[in-house]
Design a protein around this ligand. Structure first.
Ligand code: C5P
Length: 227
């Protein structure tokens, strides 16, 4: 059976991909399925944690034993993650959060009649992972003991990942190369987990549960003991 090394812990996992409304029927979205986040939730439950999943637009059965909070946009996700993280020991941001959103969603469906389309003006979304790390650095609540992120990179995977870990100030960053049939929407993943102040851990191609377990082992090692 699984190690019970997360017994007595509350962990928060974000999963899926945010949708940023353009009008009542359209959105800017991404290809995240939520499979990796839900694998993280299931494996954390198996290791004894109380688990809150903040799920953005995930079309999968709820992970058994986890509390699921459903959100749509990055701003919804920010509110839900900050709320769930108030008493969390660890937060893992596995969701694909849109970097930008339309400045204002149209109240009415945008019509194709009327000549040239208006450009969609974008505004920056809050970076939830960076905000959590900043709050912890500044001694503000919530201050989870361990904060982990994911980064999908298409090139210079390790260098870009290391720069991102340092820029955001998180403890662990799972870096995957996207493309070549891995990551989005597939049951398998392969990654390198970057560790603040430590050596990277390579996780060979395998089921998303294997990557999840490798991450929880690193999270668990960074939690102060006892729970
Ligand atoms: O900066 P980038 O989007 O590549 O970083 C990915 C990591 O940051 C993921 O863990 C993602 O969940 C998190 N993120 C976030 N808020 C954003 C953008 C990304 O929490 N607005």
């Amino acid at each position: 059976g699984a190690p019970r090394d997360l017994a007595g812990r509350h962990v928060v996992v974000s999963a899926g991909g945010t949708r940023e409304a353009i009008d009542p029927v359209r959105f800017i979205g991404n290809r995240s399925s939520g499979l990796q986040g839900y694998a993280l939730a299931r494996t954390a439950v198996a290791r004894g944690a109380r688990v809150t999943v903040v799920a953005a637009n995930v079309a999968l059965p709820d992970p058994a034993g986890a509390a699921v909070v459903r959100v749509e946009s990055a701003e919804h996700m920010r509110a839900a993650v900050l709320d769930a993280a108030r008493d969390a020991d660890a937060v893992v941001m596995a969701a694909a959060v849109a970097d930008f959103r339309p400045v204002a969603a149209s109240d009415v469906k945008i019509k194709k009649t009327g000549g040239e389309p208006e450009p969609i003006r974008l505004a920056k979304n809050p970076d939830i992972l960076a905000e959590l790390c900043d709050r912890r650095r500044d001694g503000l609540k919530p201050s989870p003991e361990v904060i982990a992120g994911f980064a999908a990179e298409t090139h210079d995977v390790l260098a870009n990942g290391r720069a991102k870990l340092e820029r955001k100030g998180c403890d662990l960053l799972v870096v995957n190369q996207v493309g070549d049939g891995l990551a989005f929407g597939t049951p398998d993943n392969a990654a390198v987990i970057l560790v603040a102040g430590g050596d990277p851990v390579e996780v060979p191609r395998g089921p998303k549960e294997s990557l999840a377990d490798a991450l929880w082992t690193l999270v668990s090692a960074r939690l102060s003991h006892p729970a």
